[in-house]
Design a protein around this ligand. Structure first.
Ligand code: SF4
Length: 659
């Protein structure tokens, strides 16, 4: 079936359905049904990438199988000691050996560099970063996922996901002066909240689409992640063609869009002409109010940058507003371009020096301040940022006051020294004109920091002391027995299991070392006890594993020999990670949870391997050879096969051997 130019032979489809149909390898496009899709492009960054490549190596794969893979270094680019540098060197060698593009540290944020160089209409992309959906603004269906799913996709395996609902976000009208694309997504966050997009794809349609350029569209799709959406996507049109041509990639253009009679699961209408400058107050991206409601507060720091608003086109309006003006003496302003290409172009056309003359400091093109690495705000101060997240403490200051806004609102605050609606500042100053939106004739940054597979400088993996291996688990035994290694309360988070502090996460590429910190926030001696026991179970109350998608939270217990988790209930993503790393997740009732004591001897009476593979749901748990209870396994056929094979890595290896 074709998705091109309205030639699709199954009428009535949304753009999302068309791209999914074109890539479908398993399942049906019914909301909630599990589907498998083929992946065209893969993106990974440095904090998740080391494990992605170590897992790729463990799959015994020789070469990237997707059309394209790209490894970026943007999160941990500062070299506090050798560990980040070790990681970067390993990543360059992995990209070289296996056939991925490598973007050097400082070349830019993964989403910006990917958009500039590789994103293309109609493609599917999987990325080990939550803002992977950014290139939806030019018609790519891009989804964020765990590292192991990315490794498997890069090896040519399908990506499995429950079919999302598809919501039509119909844009009408045209943005008025001083309102921007950032205000479109802030308006959606104001209406829908940070949970409003969960289990959904947001597909943009309507006459307002053609009034927005591609960089404006990618600001919106980038921040669809804050709505919890699976992804967001725009159709393509002359604006998309024009953008790709300015990038020198006109040949990547394809016209794609929904059928006229496409049916959606839901519809939201946004009249662009009614929008005004908005701002997200601390400390959640959906705390959105008109800027006028927050006006008057002193601002000590303004930062323009990040994967949301770090493009040349995002910085230019601020530069125009600051031309022949100065940043207020009470305020510090930083510009961190999202890519080195943007920095280079701003330097070449003189806007960088204009900004510097106004009192702006430039930062390197990385995530940096967005994840609290540098430019931490002063205590008890207000910081205005053009970023996508303002979760409490993310700036590096525990009780911070971070606001999210457009570059125009940020620049207005830098001029005035306080939060101000730029329309009111324009009235006050008399000579401040709305900068409008402008793209360069051509994007002409150098490619010196982007190493293509055919320019690779390494053909062997380079592993310094910070790079470990990936442990592989054996298939499930017929007989599982061991002690209850740790009994925990309700709501144990992935942060409890593997803390995300810088001093611990720097061992993200060294599983033996990282495992020493497993559950240390609950019981400092847990790791030693688990290793000595060589087998055993974790016992927990409700909602075990809530929080992030961090796969280390399943991988490290597996490395320490844990065989399974008996819990009253599991958080969804962590349960998927337990399957992926071969740990048996059994649900137990309140009585059983209360009765089991730490140190009790646990035996699964059934032939576990056979029972898991055959679809058996109830398992008999014998405790201390004295009493019995029932544990339940809720898993799809595919998850059962993965679990029985010892996890997704050995399962995938087995599949490769059979093919
Ligand atoms: Fe994530 Fe911030 Fe980096 Fe974007 S700029 S990829 S949101 S850390």
């Amino acid at each position: 079936m074709s998705i091109r130019g309205g030639l699709c032979d199954a009428m009535g489809q949304t753009l999302t359905e068309k791209i999914l149909s074109d890539h479908l390898v398993e399942g049906e496009l019914e909301p909630g049904e599990e589907i498998g899709i083929e992946i065209d492009q893969v993106l990974t960054q440095d904090t998740t990438g080391t494990l992605v490549w170590l897992q790729f190596e463990a799959l015994d794969l020789d070469e990237v199988q997707t059309e394209l893979a790209a490894q970026y270094c943007d999160h941990q680019t500062y070299q506090f000691d050798f560990k980040n540098t070790d990681d970067h060197r390993f990543l360059r060698s992995a990209a070289g050996k296996f056939g991925a593009h490598f973007s050097r540290p400082g070349n830019g944020i993964c989403h910006n560099v990917h958009k500039e160089n590789f994103a293309a209409p109609g493609k599917t992309m999987l990325g080990s970063d939550s803002h992977t959906p950014t290139p939806g603004g030019l018609g790519e269906l891009a989804i964020g996922a765990g590292g192991l799913d990315v490794s498997v996709a890069m090896g040519g395996g399908a990506y499995y996901i429950d079919m999302p609902e598809i919501v039509n976000v119909r844009l009408e009208g045209e943005l008025p002066e001083w309102a921007t694309a950032k205000d479109v997504i802030l308006e959606l966050l104001r209406r829908l909240s940070v949970k409003g997009g969960v289990g959904k794809v947001l597909e943009y349609t309507g006459p307002g689409v053609e009034t927005l350029s591609v960089p404006e569209r990618t600001t919106i799709t980038n921040m669809g992640t804050e709505l919890g959406a699976t992804t967001s996507i725009f159709p393509t049109d002359e604006k998309t063609r024009d953008y790709l041509e300015r990038l020198g990639r006109g040949e990547d253009y394809e016209e794609i869009g929904p059928d006229e009679d496409a049916e959606y699961d839901d519809e939201i209408v946004v009249d662009l002409s009614e929008l005004e400058p908005l701002i997200a107050e601390p400390s959640m991206p959906d705390n959105v109010v008109p800027v006028r409601e927050a006006a008057g507060q002193d601002v000590e720091q303004v930062i323009i940058g990040s994967c949301t608003n770090g493009g040349y086109e995002d910085i230019l309006p601020a530069a125009k507003m600051l031309e022949d003006r100065e940043v207020n003496k009470t305020t510090e302003m930083i510009v961190a371009p999202g890519s080195k290409q943007a920095s280079e172009m701003l330097a070449r056309d003189g806007w960088a020096s204009e900004l510097m003359a106004a009192g702006v400091n430039f930062s390197e093109s990385t995530c940096g301040a967005c994840i609290g690495i540098g430019h931490v705000p002063a205590s008890d101060s207000v910081s205005l940022r053009t970023f996508n997240r303002n979760f409490e403490g993310r700036s590096g200051l525990e009780d911070d006051n971070v606001y999210l806004c457009s570059p125009e609102v940020a620049a207005a605050a830098a001029i005035k020294g306080e939060i101000v609606d730029p329309r009111d500042l324009a009235d006050e100053l008399g000579d401040l004109e709305a900068p409008g939106f402008e793209m360069p004739d051509v994007y002409d940054g150098s490619k010196a920091d982007l190493i293509a597979p055919d320019e690779a400088v390494d053909d062997e993996l380079v592993k310094g002391p910070n790079i470990g291996g990936v442990p592989l688990k054996d298939p499930l035994d017929a007989h599982l027995e061991g002690p209850a290694l740790l009994k925990m309360d309700d709501n144990i988070t992935t942060d409890h299991i593997i803390p995300a502090t810088q001093d611990i996460l720097m061992y993200r590429s060294n599983i033996p070392k990282l495992s020493e910190f497993t559950l240390s926030r609950v019981d400092e001696s847990f790791a030693d006890r688990a290793l000595e026991s060589d087998g055993g179970f974790l016992v927990a109350g409700e909602n075990y594993g809530q929080g992030s998608s961090r796969e280390h939270a399943a991988l490290c217990p597996m490395y320490l020999g844990v065989e399974g988790v008996l819990a009253q209930s599991f958080a969804r993503i962590h349960k998927a990670n337990l399957f992926n790393f071969g740990l048996l997740p059994l649900e137990i009732d309140e009585d059983t949870y209360q009765k089991i004591e730490q140190g009790d001897d646990i035996e699964i009476v059934d032939n576990v391997d056979e029972a898991v593979r055959s679809g058996q749901e109830a398992f008999t748990i014998r405790v201390n050879d004295e009493w019995e209870a029932t544990g339940y396994l809720d898993a799809s056929e595919r998850e059962r096969e993965i679990l029985a094979d010892g996890g997704k890595l050995p399962h995938t290896k087995k599949q490769y051997e059979q093919d």
